[in-house]
Design a protein around this ligand. Structure first.
Ligand SMILES: Cc1cc2nc3c(=O)[nH]c(=O)nc-3n(C[C@H](O)[C@H](O)[C@H](O)COP(=O)(O)OP(=O)(O)OC[C@H]3O[C@@H](n4cnc5c(N)ncnc54)[C@H](O)[C@@H]3O)c2cc1C
Length: 324
């Protein structure tokens, strides 16, 4: 990649909590960061988090969009440069350079990958077509719409079980379908759902299509209990909640930094990747806990590690604030 249009000390890709924390600490350390975000706003997963925060210090009671707004204001007050609607479409990690929309080139003396994670999709007919018309992205946000209606939740983890309980409480008639007979959900949720008098649980069941005219009217399921022939059934529902967990958004750097089998970037405890001068932080690195608190900490740590590395490369301390 040549013809750099913009060079910074610290180039950050991803404007979720981890990237924002990296930018704030990068600025504090005198690194003149530049942050690039694909979406129209900063915030990452915060923008689809409708629950009120109870576990992130300092943000009690706020929903994700409010936290995202505060973080954006914080960057603006600090005069930190960021660009939204700037999807990085190509990266050259060894050169610490990226291209946005196949046009503009940016490079950094150090590169921080804060690429995060996104909801896993099934890729079945109707999933995209009925988004917002029966296929819901959030039970927290939409539960009241489904009072008295039939809904299906697909998944076997905490998210699916929590949503099942939430929708039942809101008065929906709930079916939870899972492809196997075992569940990842923690016992607290699992036991409540499995013994619940109103929630129907279908195991060994795959959702294969979502159908309707202008909105969701039914789903098609394949039910295949062990040792029995697979049968297809149609289930009338008006709401579909896919709680399939998340997947790392790291395709951009596949083959350039070491990743685990699921695509999460492998790092040391300071966020260093296998590529010199490149750090990764937040949900893209499969933290023990996917959370705002860990994303903030990881981002800050990556910025400090990058600062130390840059100082060691230049052979003298950088001019910014140096905290040991
Ligand atoms: C519904 C929901 C509820 C949650 N509730 C809580 C909670 O109560 N408490 C809590 O602590 N945590 C909660 N979380 C988790 C928390 O939001 C995440 O752990 C956190 O957002 C991770 O931050 P991140 O910056 O690593 O990644 P993300 O938030 O995923 O941000 C990554 C960003 O990188 C951008 N990006 C990716 N690829 C590119 C590219 N090629 N070019 C440019 N930009 C790119 C994405 O657009 C995105 O904005 C919740 C998450 C969800 C989805």
């Amino acid at each position: 990649m040549t013809n750099d249009r913009d060079q910074s000390d610290l180039l950050i890709v991803g404007g979720g909590p981890a990237g924002i924390a990296a930018a704030l600490w990068g600025k504090r350390l005198g690194l003149n960061p530049l942050l690039l975000e694909a979406g129209p706003q900063l915030g990452g997963q915060l923008l689809r988090s409708y629950n009120r925060s109870v576990d992130c210090p300092g943000f009690y009671g706020l929903v994700g969009a409010d936290i995202a707004e505060r973080l954006t204001t914080h960057l603006l007050r600090e005069g930190i440069r960021f660009q939204v609607n700037a999807p990085v479409t190509q990266a050259d990690c060894a050169a610490r350079a990226v291209i946005v929309r196949g046009e503009a080139t940016f490079s950094g003396r150090a590169l921080v990958l804060a690429l995060g994670a996104r909801k896993r999709r099934l890729g079945i007919p109707g999933e995209r077509e009925f988004a917002g018309r029966g296929v819901s992205a959030s039970a927290t946000r939409d539960k009241e719409k489904y009072r008295g209606q039939e809904v299906i939740i697909v998944g076997g983890g905490d998210g699916a079980f929590e949503e099942a309980l939430m929708l039942d409480e809101a008065g929906a008639r709930v079916t939870l379908a899972h492809r196997s007979g075992t569940f990842r959900a923690r016992p607290l949720y699992r036991d409540r759902v499995l013994t619940h008098p109103r929630i129907r649980v279908m195991t060994h069941t795959r959702l294969v299509a979502i159908e309707g005219e202008t909105a969701v009217e039914r789903v098609r399921l394949e039910v295949a209990p062990p040792g029995e022939a697979c049968r297809q059934i149609a289930l009338p529902v008006t709401g579909v909640f896919l709680a399939l967990g998340v997947t790392a958004s790291t395709e951009l750097v596949a083959g350039q930094v070491d990743c685990d089998a699921d695509g999460y970037i492998l790092t040391d405890r300071f966020g260093a990747t296998s590529c010199p001068g490149v750090w990764a932080c937040g949900d893209a690195t499969r933290p023990l806990l996917s959370s705002l608190s860990t994303a903030f900490g990881d981002g800050a740590t990556a910025a400090k590690a990058a600062f130390d590395w840059l100082a060691s490369q230049s052979g003298s301390a950088l001019t910014g604030l140096c905290l040991s």
